[in-house]
Design a protein around this ligand. Sequence first.
Ligand SMILES: Nc1ncnc2c1ncn2[C@@H]1O[C@H](COP(=O)(O)OP(=O)(O)OP(=O)(O)O)[C@@H](O)[C@H]1O
Length: 161
Amino acid sequence: MSNSKVLAFYITICVLAFIASKITIAVLCYRRWQRKHMVLQDGNFTGGKLVMFQSPKLKSIKSNTFMKKTTKLSSKDIIGSGGFGTVYKLAINESLAFAIKRLNRATAEQDKGFERELEAMGDIKHRNIVTLHGYYTAAQFNLLIYELMPNGSLDQLLHGK
Ligand SMILES: Nc1ncnc2c1ncn2[C@@H]1O[C@H](COP(=O)(O)OP(=O)(O)OP(=O)(O)O)[C@@H](O)[C@H]1O
């Protein structure tokens, strides 16, 4: 091999190594950023994935505790239902409770509804708008984890149950 070819070979190797190292650093930084923005992330709950956004309220809750209580929800915990799903009250302890909205995944439209709600509510933070704390997604259903409004809806307040 001529000298120029050897030189070109080394330069190519150096450029490729440089690009690979940059990509590795970018991936590691992105993963670190993702971890920082989630309190809990677990892919092992009956094949589903739980994601809780970072908030002081959730710091003390373990993902196992949260999921164990969620799987025990039954019809007696229902606090409402809308066009897309059923809403349950999930009490973690005496001072902490959430509203869990369960959306079935029977149709593509239901999946889209979940994604739309997640995108819209995940981006909003306002004292007059209920906070979305996270979500759980599994093969059969999706859950949206909301701050519980203990006094019910404005509709209920105005028109009764
Ligand atoms: N965060 C919450 N805290 C307390 N109750 C809630 C909460 N979110 C929903 N609910 C109750 O569950 C009911 C259904 O809510 P949901 O968001 O599923 O539907 P909706 O917004 O009323 O209607 P649609 O799904 O058709 O837009 C509400 O009317 C309310 O009574």
